[in-house]
Design a protein around this ligand. Structure first.
Ligand SMILES: Cc1cc2nc3c(=O)[nH]c(=O)nc-3n(C[C@H](O)[C@H](O)[C@H](O)COP(=O)(O)OP(=O)(O)OC[C@H]3O[C@@H](n4cnc5c(N)ncnc54)[C@H](O)[C@@H]3O)c2cc1C
Length: 397
């Protein structure tokens, strides 16, 4: 087991960190303010600089303008980018676009790749993934899927109601999961749909616990007789549930990478306060209760980092099927870790932590979704326990 990075990766990591420190972190406030006015001048400027610096879309192959990094390399860079909630967007590696790029790369017909993947890779458009529906439709259990796609002549006609399609209001295209038969395993298919196609209605952006930020606006959409041709089908008809797993396993791991970056920055910021604030005759850092919070966060971040690397190594080796339970284990651990680290940072900073003079409260509101989005904790626990009870989960790898 070798934990050292190759010289190339080490250099990329150093350059990404410097880019984040020098250009992204000082501009976080401006990017968020502009986004509220639906302007993106600062973001666009930084995206241009990321391209010039050779740090753009590192997950994509070189012919699409990326660096051809595998999942292990993505771990190293995405952690750095994740130190800011807007970091991944600057390098065009954010969810849901990054996972959607992977899906198009592996499963789209050439005409669809040409039309949507190329501009997405260049950062000219954004995309969305439209699977979840209001009750009684697909949610934690995707087999509740109600949205349907039926055959009419040489077209598919999509009808349904979705919500929590992140970024669906602004996206140029949507990847829509729809029922194409009653078969338990092969009853769902994925379609690439032009967001401006007749019949796609953006009902609203749902007001949620955190403020809207960049492409992370939660759209409610209606599909009313939306027509697509055969080339809009990802993979084959009936591949929907299988493709969802292929997309979601690495996508939830990339979430973990970004969340680790944000947890680490939170802990670094906390270090500054506890090292200087005096209470009852000594700095906070000398109080054991504070040390306990620091140690718990440091241990959790390190453990999450190793879990992420381990699961990434399985994906890099092509073992997506067996990686599933490890990605669940990792997602639950890192999502809870991020929430706890932010909550403890608020506690350690007292009134300052609760105020918007520090970023923790705002980050916490966003982070709380981590325990629900891409499957709630309980469903991941179900997968972990199932595989363990079946004797399929090796813990001492
Ligand atoms: C910020 C955010 C962004 C999202 N982005 C997207 C997106 O881009 N595209 C998309 O398609 N979806 C998206 N989602 C939806 C997300 O994937 C679903 O919210 C999630 O899968 C849960 O489904 P649900 O909300 O319908 O909850 P439900 O299915 O109603 O479940 C409610 C609760 O029931 C419990 N529960 C469910 N099953 C079990 C079980 N087996 N055992 C024990 N308890 C259980 C859990 O506590 C769960 O939270 C997003 C969600 C959020 C919060």
């Amino acid at each position: 087991m070798d934990f050292s990075l190759s010289p190339e990766l080490s250099d990329l990591r150093k350059r990404t960190r410097a880019f984040m420190d020098e250009l992204v972190l000082p501009n976080e406030g401006a990017i968020v303010r502009e986004d509220r006015e639906r302007r993106h001048d600062t973001l666009r400027g930084l995206q241009g600089k990321a391209k010039d610096a050779g740090l753009w879309t590192p997950h994509l192959p070189r012919d699409l303008g990326g660096l051809g990094l595998g999942v292990m390399g993505m771990c190293v860079l995405f952690r750095e980018m994740g130190r800011s909630p807007i970091g991944a967007r600057v390098f065009n590696c954010d969810a849901p676009d990054q996972g959607n790029m992977d899906l198009l790369l592996n499963s789209a017909k050439p005409s669809v790749r040409e039309r949507w993947l190329a501009p997405l890779a260049r950062g000219e458009i954004t995309s969305a993934f439209s699977m979840t529906e209001p009750a009684p439709g697909a949610g934690a259990d995707p087999t509740n899927l109600r949205t349907s796609a039926s055959r009419d002549g040489d077209e598919w006609v999509i009808d349904g109601h979705k919500w929590y399609t992140t970024g669906g209001g602004d996206a140029a295209f949507l990847i829509v999961m729809a029922r194409t038969s009653e078969d338990n395993k092969r009853g769902a298919s994925m379609f690439v749909v032009d967001r401006n196609a007749p019949g796609v209605e953006h009902v609203r952006d749902i007001a949620v616990m955190s403020e809207p930020l960049l492409a992370h606006r939660e759209a409610e959409l209606r599909y009313r007789g939306v027509r697509v041709k055969d080339d809009a089908v990802l993979g084959e008809i009936g591949d929907g549930f299988h493709l969802a797993q292929l997309r979601l396993v690495p996508a939830r791991l990339t979430h973990c990478m970004r969340w680790l970056g944000l947890a680490e920055r939170t802990l670094q910021l906390s270090r500054e306060y506890v090292a200087t604030r005096v209470s009852f005759g000594k700095t906070l850092a000398h109080h054991q209760a504070i040390q306990k919070m620091i140690a718990t966060a440091a241990t959790g971040i390190h453990a999450g980092n190793l879990m992420t690397f381990h699961c990434a190594s399985m994906l890099q080796g092509g073992d997506v099927k067996n990686a599933r339970a490890y990605s669940s284990l990792c997602k639950n651990h890192v999502a809870r870790l991020l929430c706890q680290t932010l909550d403890d940072a608020i506690q350690m900073h007292g009134g300052l932590g609760y105020s918007d003079d520090m970023p923790f409260a705002q980050w916490y509101r966003g982070a709380r979704a981590a325990r629900i989005a891409d499957g709630p904790d309980e469903v991941h626990d179900m997968v972990i326990a199932r595989d363990f009870l079946l004797g399929k989960l090796e813990l001492l790898v």
